[in-house]
Design a protein around this ligand. Sequence first.
Ligand code: GDP
Length: 445
Amino acid sequence: MLDNLTQRLGRVVKNLRGQARLTDENISDMLREVRMALLEADVALPVVKDFIARVKEKALGQEVIGSLTPGQALVGVVHRELTELMGGASSGLNLATQPPAVILMSGLQGAGKTTTTAKLGKWLKERQKKKVLTVSCDVYRPAAIEQLKAVSTQAGIDFFPSTAGQKPADIAAAALDHAKRHYYDVIFVDTAGRLAIDEAMMAEIKDLHALLKPIETLFVVDAMLGQDAVNTAKAFNEALPLTGVILTKLDGDSRGGAALSVRHVTGKPIKFAGVGEKLTGLEEFHPERMASRILGMGDILGLVEDAQRGVDQDKAQEFVKKMKSGKGFDLNDFKDQIGQMKKMGGMAAMLDKLPAQFSAMAQKAGGGMEDKTVRRLEGIINSMTPGERSKPEIIKANRKRRIATGAGVSVQEVNRLLNQFEQTQKMMKQFSKRGMQKMMRGMKG
Ligand code: GDP
């Protein structure tokens, strides 16, 4: 996800950190790089201009220039401004109403509305123990109704049947009535999307909105559409009182621009991100963590959460404890984590959350083929003794050669793994010592 943007900004960040002095010249160089990276990522021009202006103003301010480590301070500014750009604080779903909480799903056809409805329903059922009902008002495509039924069943949530012969408003009213009488906590109303913005579609969803008075009106948009995603978001936002946005397909080769522009253009929070076709491919959207990821700093908190959700709860707990104490996290844990990651359905999401230097290494080793990368890393770690895994620093040159032979890789790869692991460990220690917030503040110098 967002690989190019992360690579480019990661490079800027790396260069900046090393700058002992900031001059007009290196500040403008940096701003030019950031500007180009954002434009290439398909961030809307007015958003880029505004962003650059804010960073520039702060870069020339006392906080940065007067800092002992101005390079780092400037990285801190970029991080904070990116976070702000994506909405600052994260905001979950608002269900604070007399049940059932009605959630109206809007968006163009193919955006991922139906899939996201099931993902969110599953999320609410499993994490918040909500009783969830879904209904489709897409009377134009009978296949859409069938699809919602199929994914709802798969998600383990209830589905209210409808047919192509009915009026959308009648379906919605009947479903709402059913939800009330059967004490549902949440009802998702999936609507018809068209291929492009269309008067009739907008009028229909406005009527549904007036009828249902939803507490959440979510706009689902395909992040891969880049600038178009932003334009559609704008149009829907003008037609409907949206309460939030869900960006889908952030796992694809989206250039990331939508993630950075949508909030600025609509003023509405991005609440969730779709990161896969499977029903588990959904993440809460945290601007601060996303900014860290984009800048190649990794998303340690996200990793911890994934670990907590891991299949083996005991091991996950142990891992979290170690992360928090900053003590004793070693390659044995890493090995366990890899095992769990595989169980948790793949590597891509996980790699995204690792600090750039680490995931870049993994990517390089495997040429972007994540599962292969994992097997190589695992092979290397498996070729070590438990003692070596807990104290990698005892591994001498001849052992490295043996480990490499055992794993069928080069000695350089073994070295790379060890170096990167050391870095990650350092970072975790720093993280646990001061907490993420403080770490960010620490970057100001
Ligand atoms: P709708 O027309 O808006 O209801 O869109 P669908 O829910 O039918 O989704 C359209 C396509 O996008 C389907 O093939 C989904 O599997 C796919 N899709 C939806 N969300 C995601 C996502 O987050 N990542 C990926 N890779 N595919 C997604």
